[in-house]
Design a protein around this ligand. Structure first.
Ligand code: FMN
Length: 324
């Protein structure tokens, strides 16, 4: 199969990325995705006990991945977390090859990572962020539409509009994220200028993900209107509707002061839903793609299915297959 720029850059067979997922993207998931010829992305907090040390956890998870596969994998760095410096140090020491930065300015670490021979991909949610990331020298941008799970950009631009505008202004490869769960979405993203796709929600509902079975089941049983964006005043976040999320939305609508909302949210709502399975009282991140996910599959099957659906879609629409 012919390789495109994203495959060449990252040393992978298929231009599919499993996106960073805060508590969930641990060594087992990452290795399963990378073994399938796509790119797994490790999250420093994944598989870590509450109050653990993310830099130590990162080292442990990286060593586990390296025992499971010698294929390329990436590590996600959330730039606005206080521990991002320690995480960056651990990545340098472990000689990680690919970093995906998000939630902050790529100015912070791109030069440092490059000087250690690492590739840097950065998550962006607008044309100006993508332009800024390119001017900081990142190797590729991930254009993430507001359909995506979890934290989304303030501008809330849907992928269909964001992607061609980003592809028009940057020369580096663009990877599309948000609302993609199958090969049709991949074909659409490629038609709009993407050279790769990144998926989050689809890789929650796979056998190798450590997400609680109730969370996976909630995704599989969800529909087109199962998610909602809350926290627009602070960090806009897309989650599955639940008792907690609906109460939060009602509080926000009522104009109650931010301190009381913060108090109501408290700590560990994502752990409650995603790890402990208390969907109703917790915060289960999910993208609009949830409505397309019908079964829990092994990660490798997800990768192969997407590639087959992609090929079928481009053939049946009379496009020339982009991957040979
Ligand atoms: C449970 C969950 C946690 C996530 N946490 C992160 C994160 O820590 N860092 C990050 O860059 N993106 C995070 N994301 C976003 C994904 O990497 C990805 O870009 C997004 O899910 C794509 O949209 P989709 O869910 O429609 O596939 C998360 C997504 C999910 C589902």
């Amino acid at each position: 199969m012919k390789k495109n720029r994203v495959c060449e850059l990252l040393g992978i067979e298929y231009p599919i990325l499993q996106g960073g997922m805060f508590r969930l993207a641990d060594a087992g998931l990452v290795a399963a995705v990378s073994k399938a010829g796509a790119l797994g992305t490790l999250s420093p907090h994944a598989g870590m006990p509450d109050k653990g040390n993310p830099a130590d956890n990162l080292r442990i998870q990286i060593q586990k991945i390296r025992k499971l596969t010698d294929r390329p994998f990436a590590v996600n760095v959330l730039l606005d977390l206080p521990e991002s410096g320690l995480t960056a140090d651990a990545l340098l020491q472990e000689k990680v090859h690919i970093v995906v930065t998000a939630a902050g300015s790529p100015d912070i670490y791109t030069d440092l990572f490059h000087s250690a021979g690492m590739l840097v991909l950065h998550v962006t949610g607008s044309v100006s962020q993508a332009r800024g990331a390119e001017s900081c020298g990142v190797d590729a941008v991930i254009a993430e539409g507001c359909e995506a799970a979890g934290r989304i950009a303030h501008d809330e631009i849907p992928l269909l509009s964001l992607l061609p505008q980003v592809a028009d202004v940057v020369k580096i490869p663009v990877i599309a994220a948000g609302g993609i769960a199958d090969g049709r979405g991949m074909a659409a993203a490629f038609a709009l200028g993407a050279e790769g796709i990144q998926l989050g929600t689809r890789f929650v509902a796979v056998e190798e993900c450590i997400a609680h079975p109730a969370y996976k089941k909630a995704i599989v049983e969800s529909g087109d209107s199962a998610t909602v964006v809350t926290r627009r005043g602070t960090i806009p976040t897309r989650s599955l509707k639940s008792r907690f999320i609906e109460e939060l939305a009602a509080m926000e609508e009522s104009g109650i002061e931010p301190d009381r909302i913060r108090e109501f949210i408290g700590r560990n709502r994502t752990r409650a839903a995603q790890i402990e399975g208390d969907i109703e009282n917790g915060d289960a991140y999910a993208g609009l793609s949830a409505g397309m996910i019908r079964e829990i599959l092994p990660a490798g099957i997800v990768v192969r299915k997407i590639m087959k659906e992609y090929q079928d879609t481009v053939r049946c629409n009379g496009f020339l297959p982009l991957l040979g």
